[in-house]
Design a protein around this ligand. Structure first.
Ligand SMILES: Nc1ncnc2c1ncn2[C@@H]1O[C@H](COP(=O)(O)OP(=O)(O)O)[C@@H](O)[C@H]1O
Ligand SMILES: [Mg+2]
Length: 226
């Protein structure tokens, strides 16, 4: 494990203003996930998990504090540079999948090629097929999202996120509401990323029994503990 390709948050807070109230979604978080480690953050609904993923993905800026991902300090980057980082090096598995409804499974999985072409020597059409097979949805390659079960949709979204062999994988409740077989396949895919050297941050309030995290955190009311 090394720290260069990992994730580091220094005293990060994210506050939302709601009328005259301030919601402290995250409050002075310090978190370190060394490169190549798989970390879980467990916490109940409303504890700040999605906010944490959005900050690490560079989709949201912290109210205060610094976020480092894959050797980059995110607030030193322009929006275009952050988008470029997400196009290839940082992958996000969203809780709500965000599949494109009029594209088939294989087309959704190949969507990241629009934002970033294949690395030299990589055949992404083959890579897409092998990810689809590894996730056990090869019989759904030509189906549209509304023809898939919830578990199959999430597996499609995971295959898409992992297409470019990202250095950092962020997953927001990727097994929420999935059948046990789909949940196991999704967790195994994240575990394979770790085995291939990626840094994985998984936030969830569901059990993750089929994998063994290197680091486990708890999040309660925006406060992180180790
Ligand atoms: N855009 C927003 N505006 C106001 N409050 C928000 C916003 N996003 C999240 N929150 C609040 O921040 C807290 C943490 O939310 P979230 O990160 O979505 O938690 P979790 O993913 O653990 O359920 C919740 O109280 C939520 O209502
Ligand atoms: Mg959430």
């Amino acid at each position: 494990m090394d720290t260069k390709h990992g994730i580091r948050l220094e005293n990060v807070s994210k506050h939302f203003r709601k009328g005259s109230d301030v919601v402290r979604a995250l409050d002075g978080i310090a978190l370190e996930v060394p490169g190549g480690a798989l970390a879980t953050v467990r916490g109940p609904s409303g504890s700040g998990k999605t906010t944490l993923i959005n900050l690490v993905a560079g989709l949201m800026r912290p109210t205060s504090g610094a976020v480092f991902v894959a050797g980059e300090r995110l607030d030193g980057l322009s929006p275009a540079q952050r988008a470029a980082l997400r196009a290839r090096r940082i992958a996000v598995v969203f809780q709500m999948f965000h599949l494109v409804p009029y594209l088939t499974t294989i087309e959704n999985v190949l969507l990241p090629t629009l934002a970033a072409p294949a690395a030299p020597g990589e055949n992404l059409a083959e890579r897409a097929q092998s990810m689809i097979a590894a996730l056990g949805i090869e019989h759904r390659t030509g189906h549209f999202p509304d023809e898939l079960s919830v578990g199959e949709r999430q597996r499609c979204a995971v295959a898409r996120a992992l297409l470019h062999r990202p250095e950092v994988v962020l997953a927001d409740e990727p097994t929420g509401n999935l059948d046990p077989d789909s949940a196991r396949r999704v967790l195994e895919a994240l575990d394979t990323c770790r085995a291939e050297g990626a840094t994985v941050l998984l936030v969830t309030h569901h059990p993750v029994d089929s994998i063994h995290p290197d680091i486990e955190f708890r999040l309660e009311n925006g406060v992180l503990s180790g």
